[in-house]
Design a protein around this ligand. Structure first.
Ligand code: GLN
Length: 254
């Protein structure tokens, strides 16, 4: 399954966050440690989104090639500094296309979103859920993938006023009810706060020094990483982290 990462905190350049650590996202693209049977490498594209200092709307860079094969990104990543970043490397689920617009982060307005995992029984299992979305949402999905549909479901709740944690928790419960056995590690941020789910997939968090880093796998062997338990929702700002169980049923909580 794909690997993803989100960071909120003091300004850092993208290379020190994504490329330089001993078990960076770059390394996790060809030598991930904890895929739990969901693929072997993450070579079907990658993406990074970041909020320029003081900006509310993110900039996004995505490619449908392995992150190690994009020589331009390494140079760009060294030149870009940000205090809010969401990035991912992709292992396409069998049957889903390899294309730039299927790579996370998905973006709308001030939001960035990523999904690690798979919707079980795709697409039939969630056809009912999808049919409740406005037709325009379905016609403008960025890619014919489970992750793009999850983003449409999450962003509809965000647009209706849900908090990031409320939106992820509710969509997780809905999708697990419709498609049991789904793997649903999702990440969403607006650059000031983030929310992440751990559902049948690895997720760790490290907080300190005025920042928070949430990743599929620890990026270095230092202390301070905390595993996020399965079926839990993490919400965080640069200075606070909260982890709670995900309710079994969808709520309209905001
Ligand atoms: N199912 C999603 C996709 O194909 C995510 C894949 C993954 O987590 N490996 O893009």
């Amino acid at each position: 399954m794909c690997r993803h990462l989100a960071y909120l905190g003091p300004l850092r350049d993208l290379a020190t966050l994504l490329l330089d650590p001993p078990h960076s996202l770059l390394r996790q693209s060809y030598a991930p440690a904890d895929m739990r049977g969901g693929g072997t490498v993450n070579a079907d594209g990658f993406g990074a989104g970041w909020y320029p200092d003081g900006a509310r709307t993110p900039i996004r860079y995505r490619r449908a090639v392995p992150i190690w094969a994009d020589a331009s990104f390494a140079a760009l990543a060294r030149a870009v500094r940000s205090g809010a970043v969401l990035a991912a490397v992709r292992s396409a689920t069998v049957g889903m296309p390899v294309m730039e617009t299927a790579c996370a982060p998905f973006a709308t307005g001030r939001w960035l979103f990523s999904h690690n995992g798979v919707v079980a029984g795709w697409p039939d299992s969630v056809a009912g859920l999808a049919s409740r979305l406005p037709v325009t949402e379905l016609l403008t999905l960025e890619a014919p993938t489970d992750s793009a549909l999850l983003w449409a479901l999450v962003r509809q709740r965000l647009a209706a006023g849900a908090s990031p944690g409320g939106a992820l928790g509710a969509v997780t419960a809905q999708v697990r009810a419709a498609a049991p056995g789904s793997r649903l590690n999702m990440l969403v941020t607006d650059g000031t706060e983030l929310a992440a789910t751990a559902v049948d997939h690895a997720l760790v968090v490290r907080a300190g020094d005025g920042g928070v880093l949430v990743c599929s796998e620890p990026t270095d062997p230092s202390f301070g990483w905390e595993p996020v338990p399965d079926c839990h929702l993490l919400t965080a700002t640069p200075s606070a982290v909260d982890v709670v169980p995900i309710p079994a049923t969808a709520s309209e909580e905001r």
